[in-house]
Ligand binder design. Structure first.
Ligand SMILES: [Zn+2]
Length: 159
């Protein structure tokens, strides 16, 4: 399951046109450049069914940003590719019940859908929190959008 914690209303929605970036794939593509963000990527692992360790949950962005990231991502394409790589490493394709239907999770069609969705979210300059379930483990991926002012990672400054 993918959660998008920083989903925000697009400019066209505030005008009452009810048009989102989902309707128009070219909307907001350069917002990340205007915002001047890059991303710090983190992953934690826990036994399936267990809660995150203290300090490693959804609400612990500040604690994460104080740590050295697993990867620094410089573009929406890099964000999409990093999440896809981690997902392919750990996902176990399964069928899950969604309402009255069974849907495949983790197959090529699902992964392609996730790549497109993650790319669009990153283009808006947002963070992406997602997770990968397998039979015994639960991986939490946190790709934090940061401005240069928010970034305290010395490795970022040397690029
Ligand atoms: Zn940084």
């Amino acid at each position: 399951m993918t959660r998008f914690p920083n989903e925000r209303i697009t400019g066209t929605e505030t005008l009452g046109l009810a048009m989102t970036s989902e309707d128009n794939p070219f909307a907001d593509l350069d917002s990340w450049r205007e915002l001047g963000v890059h991303w710090h990527a983190y992953m934690t692992t826990r036994p399936r069914g267990k809660s995150p360790q203290p300090g490693q949950g959804v609400g612990d962005r500040d604690k994460r940003l104080a740590q050295t990231p697993l990867a620094v991502l410089r573009s929406p394409r890099e964000v999409e590719q990093w999440i896809d790589k981690q997902t392919r490493e750990y996902v176990e394709p399964v069928e899950v019940r969604a309402g009255s239907e069974w849907v495949r999770v983790g197959d090529e069609a699902d992964l392609a859908h996730l790549r497109r969705a993650n790319y669009r979210i990153a283009c808006r300059g947002d963070s992406i929190y997602t997770d990968i379930y397998s039979s015994s483990t639960h991986h939490d991926l946190y790709v934090e959008s940061v401005t240069d002012d928010q970034c305290t990672n010395t490795a970022c400054k040397n690029v």
